[in-house]
Write a protein that binds this ligand. Sequence first.
Ligand code: NDP
Length: 302
Amino acid sequence: MPANDRPAVSVLGLGMMGTALAAAFLRAGHPVTVWNRSPAKTGPLVAQGALPAETPADAVAASPLIVVCLLANENVEDVFATLSADVAGKTLVNVTNGTPAQARQLAAWAAEHGAQYVDGGIMAVPQMIAGPHAYVLYSGDEQAFAAHQPTLAALGGAKWVGADPGLAALNDLALLTGMYGMVMGVMQAYALVRTEDIAATEFAELLVPWVGAMLTGAPEWAKAIDSGQHLTDVSSLAVNQAAFPNFLAAFRDQGVSTELIDPFQGLLDRAIKEGHAADGLSRIADLLRVDTYENSVRVADA
Ligand code: NDP
């Protein structure tokens, strides 16, 4: 297809990620219009063939598909507030990191202004965009998503997660939570071994296969969580509760802060108090639900 037959796309926000997105659309042959609060950032993309827009409204007018990538959804709200009538008939794909509630609110704003809204969660760093491991979670207006999917394919894979506009953010934050859990554990472990001058690089040779092997248990936990059958013959909450004080004591003895892991002891203690001693670690996902927690507080106070 000749380049000028490809649908046009506008990108609002040219930080590290927005720049990577706009560059990927250009490489795929789409006419790309770009806007950024600080106009200097349009320069490198204009050199690659993008058209600079002076205002968000100019960028919106240039294309049927508008990809928004700002720092936070508060910034998106501010920019949208300058647009109002300009967005009628346009598809807004907002890949700014945010909460499910924010996505639902932005979708409602778009509906009021006659625009289609798709929320996105980018599961990649800028250098991965358009590569084989990059993908974007999408939710919201399914018809608009389907219409623009061939253009969005320039960014990498696409995973549709549902018509509720909040679901892309929900899945995105859940995936990143898994990552942060791993980061917290790995950093806590490195901090401990460094107190005895063991090189982190040397310890990584033990840590990486161990964490990888433990992660293979995640699908089994998922089955237990979905079925509500938490009884285990692998590693009971009672065994974990008995061992966990050793972690806290060892960290304190070795001079490592326990601020990241202290709350886990309280959670294990609550699990035992509520009668889940024989259950596996999967029970924790249920205990973390605030409705469950509030119930347990009521029981404890009664
Ligand atoms: P940057 O800090 O590089 O860019 C932030 C962008 O937001 C810039 O274009 C900036 O404009 C704009 N901006 C900030 N405040 C305002 C405002 N008040 N009004 C208008 N524009 C504003 O961030 P990234 O590009 O890295 O990230 C953008 C989004 O992508 C974030 O939500 C991030 O969580 C998400 N993301 C980023 C990933 C990454 O690895 N970088 C990975 C996955 C998602 P200006 O240039 O004028 O400051």
